[in-house]
Design a protein around this ligand. Sequence first.
Ligand code: PLP
Length: 362
Amino acid sequence: MTDFIPPAKPIIGAEERAAVDRVLRSGMLAQGPEVKAFEEEFSAHFGLGRACVAANSGTSGLHLGLLSSGVKAGDEVIVPSFTFAATCNSVALTGATPVFADIDADDFNLSPAAIEASITERTVGIMPVHLYGHPAKMDRIMVIADRHGIQVFEDAAQAHGASLNGTPVGAFGSFAMFSLYPTKNMTSGEGGMVSAATPEIERLMRLYRNQGMERQYHNEVVGFNARMTDIHAAIGREQLKKVGGWTAQRQANAAFLSANLTGVTTPPVAEGAVHVYHQYTVRVPEDRDGFAAALREEYNVGSGMFYPVPNHQLAPFRVDVDLPETARAAAECLSLPVHPSLSQGDLERIVTAVNALAAAGA
Ligand SMILES: *Cc1c(COP(=O)(O)O)cnc(C)c1O
C-alpha cells in the first residue's frame, strides 16, 4: 500500500528548534522581546500598515478584538454559520448575539445581500471569515458597513497573505485575527495575531490581554491573561521567513489540482482576489461522506470536511433560520490535501483517486 497522504502537515525545521532553544537558554520564557519583534515583523511581512498584537490563541485574539471594539451584551454581530465555532464563540463570549447570515455559492463566504437583510437596530458589526484562504467580498462589505454606520471585524484565521484588489486581508476591519494553530498556513504552536485599525483598539487589546494593565498594578479594565510566550513567538518568527514560499507552493498545488480534476466542482477564485489555499475545497454533490471514506480506504488519501455542521445547528447557537447555501456547502464540501509538503507523485495520486471515484459515482 502507498503512504497515507495527510490532509495537513505542519512543517517545523531546525530553525524553529534553534529559536526555541535560544529562548529556553535565555531563561525569559513569558511575553517579552520575541513577542514584540514578532508583532512588528508580522505586520511588515503582510503589508498590513497597522500595529499587531499577539495573543495565546486565535480565539483569544478575536475575543480581545471584539471587546476592544466596544462589542458588548445586547449587541448583534453578523457572522457566517459556515465557519469554525471560534468565530461565533468569540462573539457570544462578549455577551453579544451572533446573527447568522448565509454565504455565497462561489467563494463560501458571507453574502453581501444576506448581510443587508440581517441588519437590525442592534447590529454593531459584521464579522466576515476569509474561509479557506479566499478573501470575503470586502469591497462590498465595507460599503454596507459604512452606509449603516457599523464596524467590520475580520476573521482572517485561515488567510495569511490573501488579498483583494491589492489590499491584504487584515487591513480592512476595526481588527483582524490571524490564527497560528499548527494546521494553519503558518504556526507558533498555538497563537493568534491581531491587527488593529486604531491606536485605541491596539491599546485596549494590550490591556485586555494582560489583566487590564498597561502599567503594572494600574489596572484599568477587567482583563485576561491571553499573552503569547516568547517561546511561541520565536517559532512564529521563523515561520514568517518561510510562509511566502509555502503559500506559493500551495497555490501551485491548487493550480495543478484545478487543471486536472474532473467530476467535482473545483474552487473558483474571484477577480482581483489572491487565494492562499489554507484549504482546497471541492464540492461533491452526491454522497460526500462515502466519497471521503473511499478516498481514505481505496487510495490512502486523507481529506477534511470544514464544516459538516453549520454553527446555527450547534447546541449553544441553535436557531431556526433557513440558510440554503450554508446547508448545501456543509453537505458537499470536501477539502483535499494542498499543503506544501505534497510531492508531484502525491498530487498525481490525488487526481487519479478523485477522478476515478467521481467517474464511478456518476
Ligand atoms: C482556526 C480558526 C479560528 C481559531 O483559531 P485558534 O488559533 O485555533 O484559536 C477562528 N476562526 C477560524 C475560521 C479558524 O479556522
